[in-house]
Design a protein around this ligand. Structure first.
Ligand code: SF4
Length: 362
């Protein structure tokens, strides 16, 4: 393999960045709180989707101390719709660590930032360079893709060895140039030019020295060793309401997807093709629900949500419980019009949005 020309890479990248950079509200600032918040929000979210959330969080909690003092449910509600809820839980843990253990000051080194919950090597490098001008190169999906293409490197990116290898490449690519500018430039370049499916090679300033472009392997880079294995899960939600417009919900407390969000009582089966009448004999049927007192009303169509490692298929089974008590153990009886105050997974919000299925829940 030919030695990559890193000075050409750097110069082309920074020249392109001067002309084409994307304006972002946090780019012109060096406030570590804003930079950290934006990086956590954008970890698995597109910029267009994440931006309004960033603005809402900054408006609701102008400082890390105010975020640290917030109630968990308020933060989860503000996060609703962004997915990957472990990020929101870690956001709070990290804010509390900064506020209560570090006197409201973010650590200013890569190693110090890595100690914050939810901050991995990529995020620590981004904050260290953007907020504190530290000389560390970021390595994220964009960077793996650009480097593996520019050098036509077939080293898989999803192994420990692969990560070390690409860290060396990005350090070479960075050289002595300012990491703050280089990191922003390379991420924008990955988002706008060297994109996963429609790379703009024809107009790319690096095309002349790009090895994958030369040998037409652009879309075969980067390589991954492990193929993603997805698990199918089948959820059956019991939507139990009474004629006083109240419904039963519960909080997901187990270590599983959507931890701390709310839902209707849930039964999980091996298939979606299950009769509603057979659910009462399911081993997890809630003890507080007397099956004989429930009147079946409606069964929804299946709803689907694709997560990174799981495909969730959900069916909503609606029942009336005339003599529903004011309180039930391990769950909450909530006025329908107050359901909007609870944070639900996107799948349940889709059910709420499909008015044709609802039994006047709102
Ligand atoms: S030529 Fe194409 S593959 Fe190579 S760096 Fe440019 S956009 Fe990426």
């Amino acid at each position: 393999m030919e030695e990559p020309d890193w000075s050409f890479f750097r110069e082309s990248l920074l020249k392109w960045y001067r002309a084409d950079r994307r304006p972002m509200p946090w780019k012109a600032i060096d406030n570590p709180y804003h930079i950290w918040l934006s990086e956590i929000i954008l970890q698995q979210t597109r910029v267009a989707q994440g931006l309004p959330y960033f603005e809402r969080f900054v408006a609701a909690f102008p400082t890390v101390n105010e975020l640290a003092a917030a109630e968990d449910d308020v933060v989860m509600k503000l996060w609703e719709g962004l997915g990957y809820y472990s990020r929101a839980r870690n956001l709070l843990k990290a804010a509390r660590m900064v506020a209560f253990e570090f006197g409201g000051e973010f650590p200013d080194t890569y190693a110090g930032l890595l100690k914050l919950p939810g901050v991995g090597p990529y995020t620590a490098a981004a904050i260290a360079s953007f907020a504190f001008d530290r000389q560390v190169a970021v390595l994220d999906g964009n960077v793996f893709r650009i480097l593996s293409r520019y050098t036509n490197d077939s080293t898989p990116i999803d192994t420990g060895k692969g990560k070390k290898h690409y860290q060396m490449l990005v350090d070479d690519a960075l050289g002595d140039t300012s990491a703050k500018r280089f990191n922003q430039a390379i991420m924008d370049f990955g988002a706008l030019v060297c994109t996963p499916k429609k790379a703009l090679c024809e107009s790319c300033p690096m095309a002349a020295r790009c090895a994958a472009y030369r040998v037409a392997t652009v879309y075969e880079r980067p390589l991954k060793e492990k193929k993603l294995k997805r698990r199918n899960r089948h959820f059956h939600y019991l939507v139990i309401s009474d004629d006083k417009e109240r419904t039963i919900i519960e909080q997901r407390l187990d270590k599983d997807i959507w931890q701390n969000l709310y839902q209707f009582p849930l039964l999980e089966t091996n298939s979606s093709d299950v009769e509603t009448s057979s659910l009462a004999t399911h081993q997890d049927w809630p003890e507080f629900l007397p099956a004989g007192e429930l009147t079946f009303v409606k069964r929804s169509r299946p709803f689907k949500q694709q997560l990174t490692h799981q495909t969730i298929m959900a069916t909503f089974h609606q029942f009336q419980w005339k003599a529903m008590p004011k309180k039930v153990s391990a769950a909450q009886v909530v006025k329908n019009k107050l359901l909007v105050n609870f944070a639900f997974p996107r799948l349940i919000n889709k059910f709420f949005a499909d008015k044709s299925l609802l039994l006047d829940l709102f």
